[in-house]
Design a protein around this ligand. Structure first.
Ligand SMILES: O=C(O)C1=C[C@@H](OP(=O)(O)O)[C@@H](O)[C@H](O)C1
Ligand SMILES: C=C(OP(=O)(O)O)C(=O)O
Length: 438
């Protein structure tokens, strides 16, 4: 058996200063590739995230005959659309890697491709994540999807079928489930209405509209979305803003590290994603939004954060969709805040790349954190001095980067196993960390 690579040593001490531009938003990157693929004409994407997850989406699309240009940092990407029904049956399994968004949105995209057969697979983490939340509502539209555990676990086989429109209440507040249904609805017979139990990120709705889909958003906080099939999508120019979920590591790092002063540039500030800013404000963090502007249908701004005293926070279920991926790094922030921070209604974190409640509890405890794990959240006591330890990402990108943030305030060096997981969403993270440390 190959020896595991040596852990990354994260030295204690120092502070953070300067400016950083985080890579493109992962959610918007996936969607720009997918919608570009089924549009007519060419889609030009600026700022696409050149990380493992969007690369998985691009590879799946190429395997179905879509020409996607090479993806590398700083280079615009073009997608030659094949039209709403132009995807070819792939000759091999579609590999979704570590990406839940890829697999769930692909299910919606492929379920209605009549007469074509698709098999979707992924890595060990993805093969353990629930897919029935997409497959069950799609079955209501006529989809046929088979897999382990009654179609809940990949590998999944999709036998393309004619789909019919339906009114569907999604079983969980999930933008991935919603987006899969909207994709399926584009080629279904008759209109489809998707009703969410709580509002989730709305990048699909914004982008589908821009591509020319017939889409109506209504109800309290935009929770009802109706798609009428018919109009062809038209290739667009998409400008992808920086990912607030990647910016979150710098925001927390600067808020907790003595002497820190960081500006994160060009961050997407879609209100369905900015829960982390509300929590940092409630903690009393020194945070300001600069140059707020609109870029290609999404709000964008620069964020400046300086170190200062922090208070404990409370996060309840209703807030979770607006900061679902930021909970691991907020758990680190809680260790540095005065009082007991409580996170509840967050059971969704148990079905991410890892069980993020259990993994963060386990790893932060190794660094001296005082916390309790609950079925649906965490209670974390602060301020608690953290100390360096031998920790592990457990293969989860957000855990890797959150532990790196914790190492900044730890006494003594931290040794992090499997740091390479960061490349799933933020390939330049370790270089940016080295550059910003002083
Ligand atoms: O739609 C998306 O792009 C995403 C939605 C969220 O997942 P859920 O839909 O499972 O909440 C989020 O955690 C994930 O990182 C990306
Ligand atoms: C949960 C995440 O992504 P996905 O579901 O696409 O794997 C994430 O990026 O934190």
């Amino acid at each position: 058996m190959a020896a595991r690579p040596a852990p990354l040593v994260l030295p204690a001490g120092g502070s953070l200063r300067g400016r950083v531009t985080v890579p493109g938003d992962k959610s918007i990157s996936h969607r720009s590739l997918l919608f570009g693929a089924i549009a007519e004409g060419t889609t030009h994407i600026e700022g696409l995230l050149p990380a493992e997850d969007p690369l998985s989406t691009a590879a799946c699309l190429r395997a179905m005959g879509v020409a996607v240009s090479a993806i590398s940092a700083g280079q615009p990407v073009t997608v030659e659309g094949v039209g709403l029904d132009g995807l070819r049956e792939p000759a091999d399994v579609l590999d979704c890697g570590n990406s839940g968004t890829t697999m769930r949105l692909m299910l919606g995209l492929l379920a209605g491709r009549e007469g074509r057969h698709f098999v979707l697979n992924g890595d060990a983490s993805l093969r353990s994540r629930p897919m029935g939340r997409v497959g069950d509502p799609l079955a209501q539209m006529g989809a046929v999807i088979h897999g382990r555990q009654g179609g809940n676990l990949a590998p999944l086989a999709v036998q393309g079928q004619p789909l019919h429109g339906s009114v569907i209440g999604t079983p969980v507040a999930s933008a991935q489930v919603k987006s899969a249904l909207l994709l399926a609805a584009l080629t279904a017979e008759g209109p489809t209405t998707v009703i969410e139990p709580a509002p989730t990120r709305d990048h699909s709705e914004r982008m589908l509209r821009a591509f020319g889909a017939d889409l109506e958003v209504g109800g309290d906080l935009g929770r009802f979305i109706t798609v009428r099939p018919g109009p062809a999508l038209r290739g667009q120019t998409v400008v992808v803003p920086g990912d607030i979920s990647s910016a979150a590591f710098w925001l927390v790092a600067a808020a907790i590290t003595p002497g820190a002063d960081l500006t994160v540039e060009n961050v997407g500030l879609n209100p369905s994603r900015t829960g982390i800013l509300d929590v940092l404000a409630a903690m009393g963090a020194r945070l300001s939004v600069l140059h707020a502007r609109d870029v290609a249908g999404e709000p964008v701004g620069d964020l400046r954060v300086q170190h200062g005293p922090l208070r404990a926070f409370r996060i309840k279920e209703a807030m979770i969709p607006r900061l679902v991926d930021e909970i691991p790094v907020l758990a680190v922030a809680a260790c540095c805040a005065e009082g007991v921070s409580r996170i509840s209604g967050a059971a969704e974190l148990r079905v991410k790349e890892t069980d993020r409640l259990a993994v963060m509890a386990r790893q932060l405890t190794l660094m001296g954190a005082r916390l309790e794990e609950h079925a649906d959240g965490l209670s974390i006591e602060g301020p608690t001095p953290l100390h360096g330890a031998e920790v592990d990402s457990e293969t989860d990108h957000r855990v890797a980067m959150s532990l790196a943030v914790a190492s900044l305030v730890a006494r003594g060096d931290t040794r992090l196993g499997r740091p390479e997981a960061a490349a799933v969403s933020y390939p330049g993270f370790w270089d940016d960390l080295a550059r910003l440390r002083h």
